[in-house]
Design a protein around this ligand. Structure first.
Ligand SMILES: [Fe+2]
Ligand SMILES: [Fe+2]
Length: 215
């Protein structure tokens, strides 16, 4: 059921929260509630491996920036309070991922992507659009995103240097969390997305991962 049109002050509050979330995600101010799974682990030894890890973790960091934007956009327009709560819970775990990736980038002597603000805006728009389509579609979009991210992280576990134990521990924990986020979305009644939408999402993800690997 659609709620009554929100009062102007409610809308202004919601927009301010969304702006604050954007600033936190993009400025590196997000803090983790859980300690990093990679804390204290060593490696990689070789310079080329550190460079490769830096690139892969930059891609993952941008993915987490996108996750913040998606969840923020979806929560802004979600109709059902139970769904809004589930989105907020998942977003808090995504904040851990963001902070862990950011910290790991610093340890590897790498940096976040210059394209992050662009990806944030695009993902936020996707989040709002899927939220406006209705809660079941919004959850379907979320579950499909989480499934695709999980498969992407599997690929990174194949590519990350064997002795980069810190990055591998972070990616493993992220994969476990994304799996749970996808399952939560399905449990709340996610609608299966049409194949062309899934393909478009995979294509957008390829552009994102392909560009942020380099810049
Ligand atoms: Fe994540
Ligand atoms: Fe997730």
């Amino acid at each position: 059921m659609r709620p009554a049109i929100p009062a102007f002050s409610d809308l202004a509050d919601a927009l301010l929260i969304a702006a604050d979330e954007a600033l936190r995600a993009l400025s590196g101010a997000a803090t983790a509630a859980r300690p990093s799974p990679g804390a204290g682990a060593s490696g990689p030894e070789r310079r080329e491996d550190r460079e490769l890890s830096g690139r892969l973790m930059r891609v993952n960091h941008t993915g987490e920036v996108c996750a913040q934007a998606l969840y923020s956009g979806q929560a802004l327009v979600a109709r059902d309070p139970a769904i809004r709560d589930a989105l907020k819970n998942a977003a808090s775990e995504e904040r851990d991922h963001l902070a862990w990736c950011r910290e790991r980038l610093g340890e590897l002597g790498s940096r976040s992507s210059i394209l992050d603000p662009l990806w944030y805006m695009g993902s936020f728009a996707w989040g709002v659009a899927s939220g406006l389509a209705g809660d079941r579609w919004s959850l379907g979009f979320l579950s499909e995103t989480e499934d695709q991210v999980e498969r992407h992280l599997d690929g990174h576990l194949d590519r990350l240097p064997e002795d980069d134990r810190a990055s591998r521990a972070i990616v493993l924990q992220m994969r476990e969390d994304e799996n749970r986020h996808g399952a939560t979305g399905r449990a709340l009644g996610a609608q299966e997305l049409p194949e062309p939408v899934k393909s478009a999402m995979r294509a957008a993800a390829r552009v994102m991962t392909g560009t942020t690997y380099w810049v």
